[in-house]
Ligand binder design. Structure first.
Ligand SMILES: Cc1ncc(COP(=O)(O)O)c(C=O)c1O
Length: 390
């Protein structure tokens, strides 16, 4: 029998509107595959190994047969340990019931934004900032309201106040990616004042909280009485513990917000990898000295990078305060994507400032999570590349 082909509509590969919305809004650039003699200062990726006791805990967990589903909100022991840690940060009681373990910071941000933002809701973000926020808001159908930072890359409180009027949500990171800025207690108090008496919520992404080099104690958003009750705190093990590949993070906040985020997180992710949570528990309990060791090394590399960058004419350096980024402004009349492409031909990879918002244009983001040798050599190549572009 000859096979019969029915004439009819062909399968449609048109993606859902959410995909098109993300594609239209997204500034994220995919770094090309590294090839040849390339020094990368592009990645926000610690070059340290995960502390050995954490890796060993994962091995031990597997050997104990911990290969089954975890509870949907996360392992109780890990949530308890995090609640203790958070109580110290917040200076207020924290219940483990309000801690949600997530698939890295990315899924925590996704769960919190998707559980709060309805189509048409205005969501304020700093410009420039971490590019994922705008993508997630666009996915939800929200309206991204970027607020230009002040010239010193801190908040411009007048503009922020104007933008926040009628906003559903303000999302920011502290310390900042890509700026390396740390928002002080005074700035956070000013934010609390701007929001006082409004229904606007806050997502505080503190992925780099352990990397504050200002010399003053880091102020978490959740330590402020005026902000705690309207804030979802988003944290990850990726940066502090050098655990980027493990994919584990957590949220804490007012119970209805965490329950809503859990609904989205469970729908997308199911439960988080059991072995990874066992290892994360060991990280929380035992890694203070490891965090301090890596932090000291980042601080050294940051100073090295700044000293090397200062030798390059035409670069205006920001004052690095935290995270592991420098965000210098260059004086060439060229878009940052073109500068980045040209720099690759000189053997150094960095990220274009425009990836983080329209106001990031004219800047480059350099990461000093790379080792000291790469920092020195990468900045040397950057200097050559920029002078060739002149
Ligand atoms: C500010 C900020 N938040 C969250 C993340 C996400 O981290 P992860 O998904 O690895 O936990 C990153 C990663 O670069 C980041 O820079």
């Amino acid at each position: 029998m000859p096979s019969t082909v029915t004439a009819g509509p062909l399968p449609s590969f048109a993606p859902a509107a959410a995909v098109a919305r993300i594609a239209a809004a997204s500034r994220r650039t995919q770094q090309p595959q590294s090839g040849g003699d390339l020094v990368s200062l592009a990645m926000g990726e610690p070059d340290f190994d995960t502390p050995a006791q954490v890796t060993e805990a994962a091995h031990a967990s597997l050997r104990r047969g911990r290969t089954h589903y975890s509870p949907l909100l996360g392992e109780p022991a890990l949530r308890e340990a995090l609640a203790d840690k958070l109580a110290g940060i917040a200076g207020a009681p924290v219940s483990a019931a309000d801690v949600l373990i997530t698939q890295g910071g990315t899924a925590g941000l996704a769960a919190s934004i998707l559980s709060l933002v309805d189509p048409g809701d205005r969501v304020v973000i700093p410009d420039p900032t971490y590019s994922l926020y705008a993508d997630l808001v666009s996915m939800a159908g929200g309206v991204v309201v970027p607020v230009p930072l002040a010239p010193d890359l801190h908040w411009d409180l007048d503009r922020l106040g104007d933008a926040l009027a009628g906003a559903k949500l303000f999302v920011f990171c502290n310390p900042g990616n890509p700026t390396g800025i740390v928002h002080s207690r005074a700035e956070l108090e000013a934010l609390a004042e701007l929001l006082d008496g409004t229904p606007t919520l806050v997502i505080s992404d503190e992925a780099y909280a352990d990397l504050d080099f200002t010399g003053r104690p880091f102020t978490s958003t959740i330590s402020l009485d005026g902000l705690r009750d309207r804030t979802v705190y988003c944290q990850t093990f990726s940066k502090s513990y050098a655990m980027t590949g493990w994919r584990v993070g957590y949220l804490w906040g007012p119970p209805p917000l965490i329950q809503a985020a859990a609904r989205i997180h469970n729908t997308f992710n199911g439960s988080v990898n059991t072995v990874v949570q066992d290892a994360a528990l060991v990280a929380v309990r035992t890694c203070d000295a490891d965090i301090a060791r890596m932090r000291a090394e980042y601080e050294r590399r940051g100073e090295l990078m700044r000293a090397e960058l200062a030798k390059i004419p035409g670069l205006t350096l920001s004052t690095p305060e935290g995270a592991f980024y420098q965000f210098p402004r260059y004086d060439l009349d060229l878009p940052s994507v073109d500068v980045v492409a040209a720099l690759r031909t000189h053997g150094v990879a960095v990220r274009p400032g425009s990836e983080f918002g329209a106001r990031g244009e004219g800047h480059l983001r350099l990461s000093y999570a790379a080792d000291a040798e790469s920092v020195t050599e990468g900045v040397r190549r950057l200097g050559h590349g920029l002078s060739a572009l002149r």
